[in-house]
Design a protein around this ligand. Structure first.
Ligand code: ATP
Ligand code: MG
Length: 422
């Protein structure tokens, strides 16, 4: 364990409120880099399919989650970045152009042209969450990824605009505020997860980030460095548990236990094993493990086929060269084997990418962690950790200050929107 030092901040907190759990990640910006002080997880409430449906229940669950995080980190949390997901998310394209004042494109002009694209009119009832520059054009010359210092007189930007519906956004912010928390920024869940689980190469080459949560499966496609498409499937880990609960005639919590313990672990041909379950009447019964396997396998196959179908659409097929899975749903034993067989693309599990702080000093290029490794390593914490990295302006390339500049630029839109409202 690293020696205890006095915590002086500044601190960054990320809150990922999901359908089944709320995870809170607290970090401190130190001279050595981003030090993750705590990662905690508490039961969620008032949410359905990744969206707040009941502000009172959600806010009391957030309050409890904050208390756990405060206790673990020793930091009193007043504001946080919060992730948002759900089927209301949309990605559209936009563009803008400005005249370049000097002879070469400056950082201010890059920010200006992205800002201008963020003024694109969008349908009423929606708000812009992110404006992601996918391409720059200088005097008609396309395909410029970083226009800084390039000579020219007109700068254009092509952007992807991520929008959300007003109501779920407001319910999420209201739930946090009711829990005594100021929301400093709202970040798309998959953009946050990508910060922690995808490398720059993944995002450039074309990767599908697939988050199997409790209520939904969210797919986000990254290519050429930025988010290009998002889709939401209405199946998550809860459906696996429900199938078991009905098929075995056991309670949801007993089905959850059986799912986590046995999952889809292989059983040799012609063999079976009896396992004990507690029935709805409270009596212990013997059931066949093969039955557990078959029920879960069927649901998992269905979900993976749906994911494969989404990845085979004309607009996504060319873009995706690999799949990274996050979310608690992928922890189901033997998930990887089935996913590999069905998806027929390289796959891996997206663990938050952090360095352990054995000596109190991190590898300079990676955020580091003072809590035990197994506490943060799960794919269900990718979004929470990613929120903190996003808030810190960390971009997997700390030496690339231009990249960090663009990332920081993206975060401004939500603040502007909220600022105008108050
Ligand atoms: N060890 C495990 N084995 C099998 N399933 C697991 C395991 N751990 C968690 N899960 C499942 O993962 C799901 C929860 O995942 P996660 O915490 O990512 O969801 P969430 O963020 O609360 O929900 P959502 O993202 O849908 O809003 C649950 O269905 C849970 O049963
Ligand atoms: Mg989730």
């Amino acid at each position: 364990m690293p020696a205890k030092r006095k915590k002086s901040g500044p601190f960054i907190t990320g809150i990922d409120a999901g359908t089944s759990k709320i995870s809170v990640v607290v970090a401190e910006m130190t001279d050595e880099g981003i030090d993750i002080l705590s990662i905690t997880s508490s039961p969620s409430a008032g949410m359905r399919k990744g969206v707040v449906v009941n502000v009172d229940s959600a806010s009391s669950a957030i309050r409890d989650a904050l208390a756990a995080a405060r206790q673990q980190s020793g930091v009193s949390i007043r504001e946080a970045l919060v992730s948002i997901s759900g089927s209301h998310i949309q990605v559209t394209t936009g563009n803008s152009s400005i005249l370049v004042r000097g002879r070469n494109v400056s950082q201010t002009e890059i920010e200006k042209v992205i800002d201008a694209a963020g003024l694109t009119s969008i349908p009423s009832g929606r708000q812009i969450l992110h404006v992601l520059p996918t391409d720059f054009i200088v005097d008609g010359r396309r395909g410029i990824k970083d226009p800084l210092g390039i000579p020219g007189s007109r700068l254009q930007s092509i952007v992807n605009i991520v929008t959300v519906s007003d109501e779920p956004l407001q319910r999420l912010v209201a739930s946090c505020e009711k829990a005594g928390l100021q929301v400093s920024d709202v970040v798309l869940h998959s953009i946050a997860s990508a910060e922690a689980a995808l490398s720059v190469e993944d995002r450039d080459m074309g990767t599908a980030l697939v988050d199997i949560g409790a209520g939904t499966t969210d797919i986000a496609i990254f290519k050429d460095g930025w988010l290009q498409h998002t889709m939401v499937l209405g199946i998550g880990g809860n459906h696996f548990t429900n199938d078991l609960s009905v098929g075995l005639r056991v309670s949801f919590s007993e089905a959850e236990r059986v799912k986590k313990q046995f999952g889809m672990l292989a059983i040799a041909d012609g063999e079976d094993e009896e396992i004990d379950v507690v029935g709805l009447d409270g009596e212990v019964r013997k059931i066949s493990r093969k039955l557990v396997f078959e029920i879960l396998h069927l649901r998992c196959e269905e979900l993976l086929e749906l994911i494969k179908k989404e990845l085979s659409r004309p607009e996504t097929k060319e873009a995706v060269t690999g799949v990274v899975f996050t979310g608690g749903g992928v922890l189901i034993p033997a998930f990887d084997r089935l996913a590999e067989n069905i998806i027929s693309l390289p796959i891996r599990t997206g663990h938050p990418d952090l360095a352990p702080a054995h000596t109190g000093k991190s590898t300079p290029s990676l955020p580091f962690i003072t809590v035990a490794k197994e506490q943060y390593h799960g794919p269900e914490f990718a979004a929470g950790v990613g929120l903190v990295l996003y808030g810190a302006g960390y971009s997997h390339q700390p030496e690339d200050t231009d990249g960090a500049g663009l990332l920081n630029k993206m975060t401004g839109f939500f603040k502007n929107i909220m600022g105008n409202k108050r």
